[in-house]
Design a protein around this ligand. Structure first.
Ligand SMILES: [Zn+2]
Ligand SMILES: [Zn+2]
Length: 452
């Protein structure tokens, strides 16, 4: 296999790998960089010159999906293989991305936006093909062929890892993976038989693992914080990705409410997240890859967030639990706008429940001290931080020790690191070299092919 990382840097960024098997050319994912603007957010699509024989889409987070319409514009005959659940979500998330880019065009004046239109999203929808789990599918051309199979990756609804078998060699791609069960998805169910190559994510490579039982303890801590804030008359803002994390939080709140352990205040959600509740509900009816029932919205009495924004600096008129996207308080999103009403008031709290990049407004807020100023650009408001800010470790990515253990089980000759920042890659490289003596561990230079 010849593998080229098309991400523009050694980071999480815009995930896209080009894998060549003999003459067959397969792209794994095609994402959009969450922090870069315009065409800078794209992977190196210019390096995909000859036609593609197929695209594997591991899951629907935008750092894996967000540039796929452009890849298909250049390679209109390529089919996109994904899990059945993923095929149900892709169009909705991409159309949302078109709307966001239209708004960015107005706000930034950047002529690159929108990078694609709904007709490009339609091309993706038509190219999508649901592949069953743990069942080999064959891709071939000119006498060359490979077989691939999908295996549930935990992480988020519909996420899969992919095993490729070609000329008696086996290559496993983890995609984004979480081994422990969550409420909307079971834990990863990866085959543990030896492979030749393991291409592995390493998001949490630089994060110390919390002790076992850590997740349950974090959830209890979160519940305690929510109840304390409500008791003192404040509101909680829980910034959460609209796809996956928001539904996880709603199920968590519903469980606590059913046990009589959650303070009785309204729960507010923003539009895209509520809409995706319907999609997850559908997926859990049609496949066994997702567990979600939209009855949770009724049981919790979830109210859609009003479209009428309250003047920045003024507290929200209704005391409640606000579960709003984006998870990193990205500017102009509902969570960012409501933060402009929360931060000045000491009774409130912002509780982060997922990964927050340090270079985002959410990351900035986590690093601040009480009394610091937080500027809401475009809202003409500078908040003085009086609200409580806390973060909880409820990640959808595997702990680093679990990744090393998984690698040991697969005993690969080559390990290729992806989806991690430089410190995460450095830790993984060292730990894998110790765990797999004799294996080669690659931290590929973006755009430079490696032969495996
Ligand atoms: Zn992901
Ligand atoms: Zn990712």
């Amino acid at each position: 296999m010849r593998l080229t990382d098309l991400n523009s840097g050694r980071e999480i960024g815009a995930n896209c790998l080009l894998a060549e098997f003999g003459g067959l050319r397969i792209a794994f994912d095609c994402g959009l960089h969450p922090k870069l603007e315009g065409r800078k957010a794209l992977p190196r699509l210019d390096l995909v010159q000859a036609p593609l024989d197929g695209v594997i889409l591991t899951h629907c987070h935008l750092d894996h999906l967000g540039s796929l319409p452009l890849l298909l514009r250049a390679h209109p005959s390529a089919r996109v293989f994904a899990s059945a659940a993923t095929t149900l979500f892709a169009r909705r998330l991409l159309n949302n991305s078109v709307r966001v880019m239209m708004r960015q065009r107005e706000e930034t004046g950047l002529a690159d936006y929108p990078l694609y239109l709904e007709k490009d999203v339609e091309r993706v929808e038509n190219a999508l093909s649901a592949a069953p789990l743990a069942t080999p599918r064959v891709i071939g051309r000119g006498g060359e062929e490979l077989a691939f199979s999908f295996h549930l990756a935990g992480h988020v609804a519909g996420a899969v890892g992919c095993l490729v078998e070609h000329r008696r060699r086996r290559h496993f791609f983890t995609g984004d993976v979480h081994f422990q069960p969550q409420r909307t998805v079971a834990g990863a169910d990866f085959p543990r038989k030896p492979v030749d190559t393991l291409v592995m994510e390493c998001t949490r490579g630089a994060t110390t693992t919390v002790s076992s039982g850590g997740r349950a303890a974090e959830e209890r801590r979160l519940l305690r914080s929510i109840n304390e804030v409500i008791d003192r008359g404040g509101s909680c803002l829980l910034p959460a990705f609209a796809f996956g994390r928001m539904q996880e939080i709603l199920l968590f709140l519903e469980e606590a409410a059913a046990e009589g352990e959650l303070a009785d205040v309204p729960v507010f959600c923003s539009g895209l997240g509520l809409d995706l509740c319907d999609y997850l509900h559908e997926a859990s009816r049609k496949t066994r890859q997702v567990k979600f029932d939209r009855a949770v919205l009724r049981d919790l009495g979830v109210t859609p967030l009003s479209r009428k924004f309250v003047q920045p600096g003024r507290n929200m008129p209704d005391q409640g639990i606000y579960v709003l996207s984006s998870g990193m308080l990205v500017e102009k999103t509902p969570s960012w706008r409501v933060a402009a009403n929360m931060l000045d008031h000491e009774e409130n709290a912002v509780l982060f429940v997922g990964y927050c990049d340090p270079d985002t407004p959410g990351g900035e807020l986590i690093g601040m001290s009480p009394g610091d100023k937080f500027k809401f650009r475009g809202l003409d408001h500078e908040a003085t931080l009086r609200a409580q800010v806390e973060r909880f470790h409820l990640s959808g990515h595997a702990d680093r020790e679990e990744l090393v253990e998984f690698a040991r089980d697969l005993a690969p000759k080559d390990v290729v690191l992806t989806h991690g920042d430089p410190p995460a890659r450095a830790w993984m490289k060292e730990a894998l070299a110790a765990a797999l003596p004799g294996a080669r561990v690659h931290d590929p230079e973006p755009g430079v092919p490696i032969d495996l």
